[in-house]
Design a binder for this molecule. Structure first.
Ligand code: SF4
Length: 349
């Protein structure tokens, strides 16, 4: 059983983050908010696969002016990612975003930082201090090099600026593309502050390699109880980020309310229908909210035995599918009707 680290609690829209609140899944749009239509479509697709919070880069003041319009058509909280310009941050807040990712030390003037912090406080929205191991402040890099310690020092500097204005509605990320450095940085900061942590491996790579690197890095931290919200960063469709994040949480027993999907590796006993069927069913079930296990097994010889811990198990054969509930055969239906029947059964569970 994983014991989560105790943290302060923050709220992004209607999602609580920290301590024993469910670990939320985040992703990021690939569009400038100016492209309202594609941004909305992508966010709605992300919602369907289980994304809890979505972030969008806001590169200009004009981009920020479309955030309110996007927010009207989406259900999940929207976080604005701002780099240097405090005016963009103020506009994003005015447009109703649910959180900011912003490093206050990147804004030159103290009064400008204060105006952003004041606006965030007034609207009760959190700010994420997000450190990227590849872009530390020069003096910190000179002193510590590109190390975990340097990342932590950088985070503490930004945090102390926010705290100096009495602002504590904070979460932190410390991402590097190197797993060892990232894990070390999170372990260090977890001992120094009690703010919730947004964890992930940055520039992890394409969906296959990036998914594995993220699973290793994020998995290690989660296993130690570190991490309150996660993002899997992939060079690819953000839908894959959410699916991978969800799979990481499920594999550690940290994702309740979603179907745990298991399938056998297949062998010489399996019919050729098994792999495409398992792929299709997993896809269909990814959006279903139920705390159950569904299994796809390859053969009627060993399948039922191997799937007996599943609530529902399916064995597709050449013409028909055998459906089991709690290990007992309850139905046999034509192949093209299996998914419909499985959904009916799950609905009643
Ligand atoms: S369930 Fe059947 S097909 Fe799948 S791995 Fe086991 S023996 Fe092979």
């Amino acid at each position: 059983m994983i014991k989560r680290r105790e943290t302060s609690e923050i709220k992004v829209g209607d999602i609580y983050i920290g301590s024993n609140h469910p670990i939320s899944i985040q992703s990021m749009t690939t569009f400038d908010p100016i492209d309202v239509e594609n941004s909305i479509k992508q966010i709605q697709d992300l919602e369907k696969v289980g994304c809890d919070i979505v972030r969008t880069a806001v590169p200009s003041l004009k981009s920020a002016s479309f955030l309110g319009e996007i927010k009207k058509s989406i259900k999940i909280p929207l976080v604005a990612d701002i780099h240097f310009d405090y005016k963009i941050a103020l506009k994003a807040i005015e447009e109703g975003v649910d959180g900011l990712r912003l490093n206050p030390g990147n804004i030159s003037d103290k009064s400008k930082i204060e105006s952003v912090v004041y606006a965030a406080k007034e609207r009760d929205i959190p700010i994420r201090v997000g450190i990227n191991g590849g872009s530390l402040e020069k003096d910190i890099e000179d002193r510590y090099g590109r190390t975990a310690l340097g990342m932590v020092e950088s985070a503490l500097r930004h945090i102390s600026i926010l705290e100096s204005f009495g602002f504590y509605n904070i979460k932190i990320s410390l991402k590097a593309s190197d797993i060892f450095r990232t894990v070390e940085a999170y372990r260090l900061i977890a001992k120094k502050v009690n703010y919730p942590l947004h964890i992930g491996i940055t520039e992890a790579g394409t969906p296959f390699q990036g998914g594995i690197s993220s699973a290793v890095g994020i998995g290690l931290l989660l296993f130690e109880g570190i991490g309150d919200t996660i993002r899997v960063s992939l060079t690819g469709d953000p839908i894959d980020e959410v699916k991978t994040a969800s799979a990481i949480l499920k594999s550690l027993g940290l994702k309740s309310g979603r179907i745990k999907f298991v399938s056998c590796p297949t062998c010489g006993r399996a019919s050729k229908e098994v792999i495409p069927f398992a792929t299709e069913l997993e896809d269909v079930l990814s959006g279903v909210k139920k705390d159950i296990t569904v299994a796809v097994m390859g053969c009627p010889v060993n399948g039922p035995g191997e799937a007996k811990e599943a609530d529902v198990a399916v064995i597709p054969t050449e013409n028909s599918g055998l459906i089991y509930k709690n290990g007992i055969l309850i139905d046999r239906v034509e192949n093209q009707l299996i998914i419909k029947r499985v959904l009916e059964i799950i609905d009643k569970l």
